[in-house]
Design a protein around this ligand. Sequence first.
Ligand SMILES: O=C(O)CCC(=O)C(=O)O
Ligand SMILES: [Fe+2]
Length: 365
Amino acid sequence: MAPSFDNKNSLFNFAVRDGNGVKGIVDSGISTVPPAYIQPPAEQIDKKNASICDMPPIDLSKLGGPDHDEVVNQIVGAAETLGFFQVINHGVPVELLESLKQTAHNFFGLPAERKAVYRKEVSPSPLVNYGTSFLPEKERALEWKDYISMTYTNDIEALQQWPVECRDDALQYLKTSHELVRKLITALLGNLEVELDDSNIDTFIEKKTVNMNFYPTCPNPELTVGVGRHSDIGTLTVLLQDGIGGLYVKVPEEVDTEKRGEWVEIPPIPGALVINIGDTLQILSNGRYKSAEHRVRTTSTKSRVSIPLFAGPEPTQKIAPLPQAVKKDGAARYREFVMLDYIKSFFENPHDGKKTLEFVKLNSA
Ligand SMILES: O=C(O)CCC(=O)C(=O)O
Ligand SMILES: [Fe+2]
């Protein structure tokens, strides 16, 4: 029998400790959202107040052709303003994208006990982590989301340790998007006049993690969030979303458009992938490229899945604004730091917009 979800402890035990997740709560047949999931009014998402981002997807098949420079300009322009854009002809097979979405549904459709074995506290592998919300122990209100996270070290460990239900698709996604990530980094860092060779590009995208996010239907979407306001901390994120919609990005205040400070929705485009700039690339570019704040709304009609691939530096890597970017600006806006410290600071605090960057911002910035 499902416990009382009005009681915070019993809800926590059911959803978090026993691994039932939000999916388990919804499957128990609730008709209203449990109090622990009700966001403070300032965090609730008013669908009516957001417009849809009308930036057309960027056609990456044109890189290397006669329109190469124009495509690079589109990539750079999007990274300097919204920090989000969509790409088509990206080299990741469209059939794989379809399969990934189905795989995510299949995984979260498994009985709770099959997923709960991967909870952080008990997971047989440090590379695999199943959970719900972002930081359930610390959050004021929980996020309406379950996830599985798979970190890549090498093929053998991925095949042995990632959940058998997800590993083949997730690994293929990681491999087939590698060239895409390299092309984008080449365009973005090349534009800063950074001299690139294989090894220095790889330094910034070496560490890869594939997540599968599951947002079950929600009886009161206006009161909850799927993911709260945050920016991603790595270099680049490649995100596959399904057709449901609900991903919102905040137009940075410092961008010269009438939409500054507003939330815009990144609409689902069949076959496209969403790309977003992470904090690391904002820092490397000395603030030129924007790691935009984003969040996810829930819906009452259908469960949504999304599959981000996070690419960033190894935890041991030292990061600082690149000299070429600092030279142009005259001063560094961020201090040097070790990536692991940045990762720790992100995972120790509930989502709070772009606060993570404060950790390394210099006073003059
Ligand atoms: O579900 C989405 O569309 C975005 C998810 C996200 O922002 C994340 O996992 O970092
Ligand atoms: Fe994100």
